[in-house]
Design a protein around this ligand. Structure first.
Ligand code: ZN
Length: 221
């Protein structure tokens, strides 16, 4: 190693701190959310101004450094626990719904044997195919409403497997195709209420969530 000039010695800490900002490929705010969240994460809702901003911000792909980071697996595990929590009873969840504007989603593959929940990283909706079908949708970020939403019956998606990080391109039909469209919309800052023909209050859901704690963790502010 070559001896450094004084000016370089002065600049080194600045350089290291800038490197620190991108450590692991996640921003400091993303790291804080992933590390400090409970195993069931806080879910952003349209009723909170800061959450609403997050939900309306388009998400970006994770860079290679983030894909290699153990933080990604922590995020995937926590997102899965969150969508599977009986209090949420969700069929899908997108990263902006836990405060992270990255293209990561978890969803229920009711079209696959065993009907697993699967996680997709850097996911993109490539094509919408087939007829338009209209059906009811709800969203953990828009409680306690539902709406009738027109969607394509078939989609082609590209993504990285969350565990192997291998790229895939799949054709998906049926209810899973609807969920893919709902969750990929989240990644573009779009909510189902933007596409719905009608939106209505779900009184059963309202009753179920009466005791639900909507408070945003202070450390997220
Ligand atoms: Zn949603």
């Amino acid at each position: 190693m070559q001896k450094m000039k004084p000016i370089l010695r002065l600049l080194l800490p600045l350089g290291l701190s800038l490197l620190g900002c991108a450590r692991g490929g996640f921003t400091p705010s993303e790291r804080r959310i992933i590390e400090q969240s409970d195993s069931v994460m806080y879910v952003t809702t349209v009723g909170h101004p800061s959450d609403s901003l997050l939900l309306r911000t388009p998400s970006t792909d994770l860079p290679p450094q983030a894909l290699r980071s153990p933080l990604l697996q922590t995020l995937v595990a926590k997102m899965n626990r969150t969508v599977l929590d009986p209090r949420q009873d969700g069929v899908g969840l997108a990263a902006p719904q836990v405060g992270i504007n990255r293209r990561v989603i978890v969803l229920w593959r009711e079209d696959k044997p065993g009907q697993p929940y699967e996680t997709y990283v850097n996911v993109h909706l490539e094509e919408r195919l087939g007829n338009i079908v209209t059906g009811p949708e709800g969203c953990l970020s828009v409680p306690p409403y539902r709406g009738m939403v027109p969607r394509s019956e078939c989609v082609i998606v590209s993504y990285l497997d969350a565990y192997t990080l291998k790229p895939h391109r799949d054709t998906v039909r049926g209810y899973a195709a609807i969920i893919f469209q709902h969750e990929c919309d989240h990644l573009d800052g779009i909510l189902y209420i933007d596409r719905a023909d009608t939106v209505f209050l779900d009184t059963d859901w309202a009753a179920q969530r009466k005791e639900f704690d909507y408070s945003r963790p202070e450390w997220m502010e």
